[in-house]
Ligand binder design. Sequence first.
Ligand SMILES: C[S@@+](CC[C@H](N)C(=O)[O-])C[C@H]1O[C@@H](n2cnc3c(N)ncnc32)[C@H](O)[C@@H]1O
Length: 300
Amino acid sequence: MEDPTRAHHRADQLSARQRFDEVECTISHLFRWPHPALGGRRYGEALLQSLASRGIGPGTSGVIEIGGGAGHLAEAAFRGEAGPFTRARWTSLDLSPALLAAQRLRLSGHAGWNGLRGDALDLPLRPYSVDGLVLANEVIADLPVVEGRNTGAVRFVNQLSRVLARGGAAVLTEFGGDFEPGPVRLYTTSGKGEHTEWSIDFRTLRAAASENGLEAEELPLHELLGVDLRMRCASYTDLWRLRRFTRCEVFAAPADEVRRRYPLLSRFLDLPELGSPRWPDASAQRGFAQLFRALILRKP
Ligand SMILES: C[S@@+](CC[C@H](N)C(=O)[O-])C[C@H]1O[C@@H](n2cnc3c(N)ncnc32)[C@H](O)[C@@H]1O
């Protein structure tokens, strides 16, 4: 029987806006435009520049992005400043027909961009063929889970070991840590797109990497991106409150900007520091700074 989360993404009909504004608003979605907490850079620029500073590049195979969502990371490399990744060859593999169509539209001017419909657990790539980067940003929590354990993410690491050539690297970002997985139920007001994801037990991924002969380095995602955690910004919770009364974009709007645009409504908002456990979700026990990790895998 097909895993329910896989079936959810394979049959996805939601628009990119509905999915990321209303169902699963990713950190990269909140930072998709140049942001002062990232030194004026987009999330994709900050991530790719940081990887380049660690000696990771596009190689001859370019970037293979798994689960590119609305295509903002690819767009940052296409239109922005992403070091050696700027306008590099970029292949996007996604299970969702709706999101792949959104990416194709966003990247229509980029001659080096290609989109493929496919599954992270069955990468259509030859063994040892990737000497560049495989990027899976907030994707692995969407892979199949058995009794709360994300067995899909472990199978994905096995796939990476198969396709990476010497010198190639992979970067996986997700929420989780060195603790037992817990469920996160994703709700919407319309009921569309609801599903459950489980936090990632990063110990199992590091163990899988080691068994497969991959070198693993893990660090907080904010450290990789160089986020100024002292900055106060709108959380999802603030944005949901605001959107009940007015139209506003779903992004990590800096507190000063929110106060200037909505002088009255902003009095009822939290606008926490990015390092607070209340950002991006005021009802969660841990936030972006405490929970989001980046795992860098290299084939030595
Ligand atoms: C939470 S979204 C993340 C999107 C984007 N990377 C971001 O940071 O906003 C998960 C993405 O993974 C895709 N996806 C889910 N399961 C997949 C699978 N088994 N194989 C390939 N892509 C998958 C979804 O369609 C979606 O594009």
